[in-house]
Design a binder for this molecule. Structure first.
Ligand code: UD1
Ligand code: MG
Length: 468
């Protein structure tokens, strides 16, 4: 039977106390509603309809990339009323699956069970057993144990409130039957709304079969109505994704301290330290190590590569055995070939760096194409050769040399440049960052030292001249 999915997303979400519509509140960096649309699409349905209303344009804009049909519910008169809007476009011979935009962790396997039961002609509702039942509809059974109704928390009697078999809100049914049950809905309840849940009593009355399928994981049916529940859902999501990574062979320093906000693929023996954020499409090949406090987004990192603490890698392709960081920033459109080293306080943007090249310290490499075996340096330091107290600064800039021979050539090049700068009167004055007072003081000290050494040499000469 053809499947039509209806996702309810028109509600305001008053309990959120937020300007952002509830279904756009972020879970793992994506709107709640996007999570639901993705799982709906995984069922390969004929259509996915999203019933929208509150914050309409904002909701549509946020999901503009998703292939869904939009159904307007101009006034939010309840979940039953919302489904009625979509039924205008769904043929009788389809199976309808109703999902909620605020129940984001639902899994494909449970939905398939619901759809299978509805394909067989029943009204299938997804239930769950939870200790904390606040806010959930209670599933009421008759003395024979058959489902007879769903009673909303706000409308339940004290006896009914003790029921721990709860309604997830999600259900599937043959479209023709659902249409008929919906026509029988009223709004005679505490919220003056048309409750979708009342179709259960309608189906029972019409002699139709109602089955309750228990969700395998309680987290699947967690509804998000306030910020506390949003945080609880985030925690549950984080734990589930961390478990997936561990089952795929990753070692996590602490599964509670990783944030996974996208589609992450890991190879064997990947190690991820604490406070790492992985977002978008991230691929970490076998043996990759990610240090603490790193953010990796939309990037692939080749086997054996290591990203050291406090580094950011964004939309980059990193080949095997590279070393990045600590404190490095690899920006979009960067390609690092194998064995590249990007060191501390190095920023690389839209550049391709050839195999074995290194930019180890304090550099910016932008829109560049650097060959292999290149060592890029931008350093300020006191060279060892200056230990004779000559405090003139030396500026090392960019060497493009391969291997050890290159390093020697680079040193010679810097020596020549230094000599040139030092021999040019005033040439270093502007570049000398020492305060003028300090400079004068050091120059005076130098003069004193020189005259003292002249005295010393005169004294030494006098000693030499003394008869033996
Ligand atoms: C609903 C169920 C309750 C279930 C709980 C599980 C009803 C009457 N109650 O209650 O049995 O235990 O979910 O999370 O269905 N919406 C619309 N249009 C409307 C009203 C709501 O599109 O007019 C959408 C909301 O945006 C939301 C979803 O329907 O995505 C559920 O609405 P909500 O108000 O959160 O219902 P609950 O009180 O949580
Ligand atoms: Mg809800």
């Amino acid at each position: 039977m053809q499947l039509s999915v209806v996702i309810l997303a028109a509600g305001q979400g008053k309990r959120m106390n937020s300007d952002l519509p509830k279904v756009l509140q972020p879970l793992a960096g994506r709107p709640l509603l996007e999570h639901v649309v993705r799982v709906a699409r995984s069922l390969d349905p004929a259509n996915v309809y999203v019933v929208y209303g509150h914050g309409g344009a904002e909701v549509q804009a946020a999901l503009s990339q998703q292939p869904v049909e939009w159904i307007l519910q101009a006034a939010q008169l309840g979940t039953g009323h919302a489904v009625m809007q979509a039924m205008c476009v769904i043929p009788d011979d389809h199976t309808v699956l109703v999902l909620y935009g605020d129940v984001p962790l639902i899994r494909c396997a449970s939905l398939k069970q619901l759809v299978a039961a509805a394909d067989g002609g029943a009204l299938a509702i997804l239930s769950v057993a939870l200790d904390n039942a606040t806010g959930y509809g209670r599933i009421v059974r008759n003395p024979d144990g058959e489902v007879s109704a769903i009673v909303e928390h706000k409308d339940a009697t004290p006896d009914q409130l003790t029921i721990r078999e709860l309604n997830s809100g999600l259900m599937a049914a043959p479209a023709g039957r659902l249409r008929e049950w919906l026509l029988g809905l009223g709004s005679n309840n505490s919220q003056r709304e048309y409750y979708l849940t009342d179709v259960v009593a309608g189906a029972v009355q019409a002699g139709d079969r109602v089955v309750a399928i228990v969700a395998t994981h309680a987290s699947e049916v967690m509804g998000v109505n306030d910020k506390i529940q949003l945080a609880q859902v985030e925690t549950a999501h984080r734990r589930e994704r961390a478990e997936e990574l561990m089952l795929a062979g990753a070692t996590l320093a602490d599964p509670a301290r990783i944030d996974i906000r996208g589609d992450i693929e890991v190879g064997r023996d990947v190690f991820i330290d604490v406070n790492v954020v992985l977002s978008g499409a991230v691929k970490l090949a076998a043996g990759v190590k990610i240090g603490p406090n790193c953010v990796i987004s939309d990037s692939s990192i080749g086997a054996g590569s290591e990203v050291f603490a406090n580094s950011i890698v964004e939309r980059a392709m990193v080949a095997e055995n590279c070393r990045i960081g600590p404190f490095a920033r690899v920006r979009p459109e960067t390609v690092l070939h194998r064995d590249v080293h990007i060191g501390n306080f190095v920023e690389v943007k839209a550049s391709e760096i050839g195999a074995g090249s290194k930019a180890n310290h304090l550099s910016y490499v932008g829109d560049a194409s650097i060959g292999s075996g290149v060592h890029h340096h931008l350093q300020l330091r006191w060279p060892k050769q200056m230990a004779d107290r000559d405090r003139r600064r030396r500026l090392h800039r960019i060497g493009q040399h391969a291997g050890r021979a290159g390093a020697d050539r680079r040193r010679r090049h810097h020596r020549r440049r230094f000599d040139h700068l030092a021999g040019c009167p005033g040439g270093r004055a502007d570049a000398d960052p020492r305060p003028a007072g300090l400079r004068r003081h050091l120059e005076a000290a130098e003069e004193t030292a020189k005259s003292l050494s002249r005295c010393d040499s005169r004294a030494a000469a006098a000693v030499d001249r003394q008869p033996g």
